[in-house]
Ligand binder design. Structure first.
Ligand code: TMP
Length: 206
């Protein structure tokens, strides 16, 4: 079972992954939790290049391809082998982030081009369940500004981040069977509880 968490900046995804993995482990599942971009030694190096605040001249196509390079590596090195041996894989972001940020956010690369490089990078590996942690852009950016890891994409305009959020909503509408949406403008425990409920429902239906 392959589960991905998505959301705009400051939606709190990262703080939920580890507790979810521990809970699933207690329930007796084999669990693997990871993140994108990153999750492999090569992917983490690519992450540093993409997020470096000094790389202001990076073109959206360069950015899109770097994300796919990191993704191709994690798919082959970690995700496929774990899924094949029965793990529940939880991933903090996956290809929907490319569609939301490099597609809807930048608005310079047609979505069908992005879908084809995603297909190449993932070789068709799709999540079984994708959960959107949704919240107003201003709230998320404010939360992020109070934390330490402020990266090159966080520094994009509020309009960019609004397009990203709207883009996520479009993606949900395009594939409602795969997506579930949680209100992330809520307290942490409620969000964690809602995440667990969605995962339990998915596990019991598969
Ligand atoms: P985060 O893990 O702190 O959310 O940082 C990841 C950043 O990378 C975030 O700004 C979203 C962005 N991103 C993309 O733009 N495209 C992608 O394909 C992925 C995986 C992430």
């Amino acid at each position: 079972m392959f589960i991905t968490l998505e959301g705009p900046e400051g939606s709190g995804k990262t703080s939920h992954i580890k507790p979810l993995a521990e809970w699933l482990d207690h329930l007796g599942h084999k669990v693997f939790a990871t993140r994108e971009p990153g999750g492999t030694a090569i992917g983490e190096q690519i992450r540093d290049v993409i997020h470096n605040l000094k790389n202001t001249e990076m073109h959206p196509r360069t950015e899109a391809l770097l994300y796919q390079a990191a993704r191709a590596q994690i798919v082959e090195q970690e995700l496929r082998p774990r899924l094949a041996s029965g793990y529940i894989v939880l991933c903090d972001r996956y290809f929907d982030s490319t569609l939301a940020y490099q597609g809807y956010g930048h608005q310079v690369i047609p979505l069908e081009q992005l879908r084809s490089v995603i297909q190449f990078a993932t070789n068709g590996l799709k999540p079984d369940l994708t959960i959107l942690l949704d919240l107003p852009v201003e709230v998320g950016i404010q939360r992020k500004a109070n934390q330490q890891e402020w990266n090159r994409l966080d520094a994009f305009t509020l309009e960019f981040h609004q397009r990203v959020r709207d883009g996520y909503h479009q993606l949900v509408q395009q594939d409602p069977g795969r997506w579930r949406v949680i209100d992330a403008n809520s307290d942490w425990l409620t969000i964690q509880e809602n995440l667990r409920q969605l995962i339990l429902t998915k596990l019991s239906s598969s």
